[in-house]
Design a protein around this ligand. Sequence first.
Ligand SMILES: Nc1ncnc2c1ncn2[C@@H]1O[C@H](COP(=O)(O)OP(=O)(O)OP(=O)(O)O)[C@@H](O)[C@H]1O
Ligand SMILES: [Mg+2]
Length: 144
Amino acid sequence: MKKPPVNEIKLVLPAIPENESVARGCISQFASKADPTVTELADIRCAVSEAVTNCVVHAYKNEKGSVYINARLYGDGRLTVRIADRGCGIPDVELAMTPLYTTDSGGERSGMGFAIMQTFCDRIKVRSTVGRGTVVFMEKRLGR
Ligand SMILES: Nc1ncnc2c1ncn2[C@@H]1O[C@H](COP(=O)(O)OP(=O)(O)OP(=O)(O)O)[C@@H](O)[C@H]1O
Ligand SMILES: [Mg+2]
């Protein structure tokens, strides 16, 4: 049977740029209880930032909306972070996850957000429905 988490937090934040650092700070504080290395913590901070930024800029296209975050720590040092939005959704997740793929035409984005999340986590899963929203699930083992 699956063991329950030893700790868990849930956050609902307005999808505004200011909350990229709020989310990053909260998750990093939460994860620090698992004795992560400096690198592991930096990886988590970076992956969370990318996912939350995507909610702000893509899901809601700078319009009103919320980011729903759930983080869990397990006894074996595993951290899971689920970052969800109820925004526009992604028509083709596989394509969206291709490095350098971006729908941004302003030249501000480099299409590397998902690639960064993949590199910095042990596992990432993305589920999305057009018109309903997106869920990004990340897992990383800390303090090895
Ligand atoms: N939460 C989301 N809702 C809707 N579309 C998304 C979401 N997250 C990502 N996307 C789509 O997937 C594409 C790729 O995302 P990714 O984070 O890899 O790159 P980017 O955001 O375009 O650029 P970068 O992250 O390098 O600034 C985006 O351009 C966007 O079209
Ligand atoms: Mg991005």
